[in-house]
Ligand binder design. Structure first.
Ligand SMILES: [Zn+2]
Length: 150
């Protein structure tokens, strides 16, 4: 057993190995392959989907074994920049916020109206008094006017 580990270590010496992009590529492979299997089990499309999935796996393997570590690091940095620019966490937060807002809107539809503070984005619940209203945001203190018509 020790011999095998030693051999593997020698084999991997100077090779790039494992990073986030490789992890993502393997996940992509599993997802595409899994979805392909579910949707197209007995059709030829299944083979095409499998081939696409294998491209992802092959790229991961290529990067894992690559000796050009500089290039692989560049790819990893690019990948992380893309991840950052997608702002996934912020997107999930905003989806949660919107769904909460929708629930409140339905719950209070007979007595209240909702407005968003233009300064801090806080969701404000206002009584359903019609006409022009001067609002002070309780969160950030910003003053703004709004009109409640219905
Ligand atoms: Zn505010």
């Amino acid at each position: 057993m020790r011999n095998i580990i030693e051999k593997f270590r020698t084999f991997m010496y100077g090779r790039y190995g494992y990073d986030k992009l490789n992890f993502a590529l393997v996940i992509a492979y599993l997802l595409i392959n899994g979805i392909g299997t579910m949707l197209f089990r007995y059709t030829r499309i299944r083979l095409i989907v499998l081939a696409v999935a294998l491209v992802f796996l092959g790229f991961a393997l290529f990067r894992f074994l690559s000796k050009d570590t500089f290039k692989r690091q560049q790819e990893e940095m690019k990948f992380e920049r893309i991840l950052y620019s997608l702002r996934l966490n912020e997107r999930i937060d905003s989806i949660k916020k919107r769904s909460k807002r929708r629930k409140l809107k339905i719950q209070y539809r007979k007595t209240h109206r909702f407005r968003t503070c233009p300064n801090c984005g806080e969701n404000l619940r206002l009584s359903k008094k019609r006409g022009k209203r001067n609002i002070t945001c309780p969160k950030c203190g910003h003053h703004f006017t709004t009109r409640i018509i219905f």
